[in-house]
Design a protein around this ligand. Structure first.
Ligand code: IPM
Ligand code: MG
Length: 359
C-alpha cells in the first residue's frame, strides 16, 4: 500500500497524525505499507516556496492513495492566487483527475444533541453529497481581473461543464444510489444558467440507463432550504463544484460538527485523496483540541475505496462509534456529563477500542 501523507497546515497536521496512528493500529505491524510524507499548502511555501512543491506532487502521483489534512494559513487571502495554500489542493485535484468527491453526511446517534436542528429532523440521517470536483467555475477559463471601458477593475470567472464531464459524474451518482436507497437528486440552477441546463439534460439522459434509480432535479436555492427543513428525503445529492462546496458545508452542520465529516475524492482508477471536510482552523491550531474523527473516518474511506479493505474500514468506523458511546468528546462536540479529551487522546481512545475488538 503506497500512501502519501500530506498533513498541510494548522489542525491538518494534528488530525492527520491521529489518522496515521489509527491506520497503523488497524493494519497491524506486518502490513506492507509505504507511507511518504510531504509538505503542502503553507507548509509547502515554507519548505519549497510553492504551496504544491514539485517533490510533493511527485509523491502524490506515485501513491495509490493520499491522506490530506488541510491547507490554509491566516491572511492567505492577501497573497497572489496561485501561491495560496488552498490553491495547492485545487491543483492536486485537477492534476490527479480526482473528479468524484464523496461527502457522506451521517448522524451518529450519540451526537443528536450537538446538532442545531431538532432531533427528529436529523435522527437517522444518512445522505451522500456527490460533488463534481475538477470542473465548473473553479477551473473555467477565461478568468482574471481586467479594466472595464470606464476604467474600473472587474473580476470574472467562467462557469462551464462539458457533456462528458457531467456524464461521468452522473454514472458515479446512479451507481452509488444503486448501492443505497436508489434515489438521486441532481442540483443545478437551470432556471438561470446555460451550464446548468446542459447539466440537467445530461443527467436526465444518463438517468434513462438506470430505470431502477429515481431521479429528481432541484434548483440549488431550494436544495439548501430542503436540506435544512427535511434532509432525510435525500439519498444521493449530485451537483457541480461550486454548488457542492456550499451545500456540503450546509449539510455538514446538520450533524452538529464539521469535525465529524470525512470525504473521498476519487479518480477513475480508484486512486483517491481522503480529507476531512473541515479546514486548517488556524484559530484552534496547535492546541490539541481539534476533533480528529473526520480525518480518521477519511482514512477508513481510503481503506474501503482505494484498497478494497471494507472489513478494516468497518472496524475503524465501529471504533469511532464505540468511543462516542463511551462518552469521549473533543470540545467541538462536548456536552455536559461527557469525557472531554484532546486530539491525541481521542486518537489513543480509538486505537484502544480497536485493540479490544475481536479479530
Ligand atoms: C473544500 C474547500 C476547498 C474548496 C478550498 C479550500 C479550496 O472549501 O474542499 O470544500 O473550495 O473546494
Ligand atoms: Mg468547502
Amino acid at each position: 500500500m503506497k500512501i502519501a501523507i500530506l498533513p498541510g497546515d494548522g489542525v491538518g497536521k494534528e488530525v492527520t497524525a491521529q489518522a496515521v496512528k489509527v491506520l497503523k493500529a488497524v493494519m497491524g505491524k506486518h502490513a506492507a505499507m509505504e507511507l511518504a510524507e510531504a509538505p503542502i499548502g503553507g507548509a509547502g511555501v515554507e519548505a519549497a516556496g510553492d504551496p504544491l512543491p514539485a517533490a510533493t506532487l511527485d509523491v502524490a502521483r506515485r501513491a495509490e492513495a493520499i491522506l490530506f489534512g488541510a491547507a490554509g494559513v491566516p491572511g492567505d487571502e492577501n497573497i497572489p492566487y496561485a501561491m495560496r495554500p488552498g490553491a495547492s489542493l485545487l491543483r492536486l485535484r485537477k492534476d490527479l483527475g480526482l473528479f468524484a468527491n464523496f461527502r457522506p453526511v451521517f448522524m451518529f446517534p450519540e451526537l443528536i444533541g450537538a446538532s442545531t436542528l431538532k432531533p427528529e429532523i436529523v435522527e437517522g440521517l444518512d445522505i451522500v453529497i456527490l460533488r463534481e470536483l475538477t470542473g465548473d467555475v473553479y477551473f473555467g477559463e477565461p478568468r482574471g481581473h481586467r479594466a472595464t471601458a470606464s476604467g474600473e477593475r472587474e473580476g470574472y470567472n467562467t462557469m462551464r461543464y462539458s457533456e462528458s464531464e457531467v456524464e461521468r459524474i452522473a454514472h458515479v451518482a446512479f451507481q452509488t444510489a444503486r448501492g443505497r436507497r436508489g434515489k438521486v437528486c441532481s442540483v443545478d440552477k437551470a432556471n438561470v444558467l446555460e451550464t446548468s441546463q446542459l447539466w440537467r439534460d445530461v443527467m436526465t439522459r444518463v438517468g434513462k440507463e438506470y430505470p431502477d434509480v429515481e431521479l429528481s432535479h432541484v434548483f440549488v436555492d431550494a436544495a439548501a432550504m430542503m436540506l435544512m427543513r427535511a434532509p432525510k428525503q435525500f439519498d444521493v445529492m449530485v451537483t457541480g463544484n461550486i454548488f457542492g462546496d456550499i451545500l456540503s458545508d450546509c449539510a455538514a452542520m446538520l450533524t452538529g460538527s464539521i469535525g465529524m465529516l470525512p470525504s473521498a475524492s476519487l479518480a477513475l482508477d480508484k486512486k483517491g485523496l481522503y480529507e476531512p471536510v473541515h479546514g486548517s482552523a488556524p484559530d484552534i491550531a496547535g492546541r490539541n483540541i481539534a476533533n480528529p474523527m473526520a480525518a480518521i473516518l477519511s482514512m477508513a474511506m481510503m481503506l474501503r475505496y482505494s484498497f478494497d479493505l471494507a472489513d478494516k474500514a468497518d472496524r475503524v468506523q465501529r471504533a469511532v462509534a464505540g468511543v462516542l458511546a463511551e462518552g469521549y468528546r473533543t470540545p467541538d462536540i462536548f456536552q455536559p456529563g461527557m469525557k472531554r479529551v484532546g486530539t491525541s487522546e481521542m486518537g489513543d481512545a480509538i486505537v484502544a477500542a480497536l485493540a479490544r475488538m475481536p479479530a
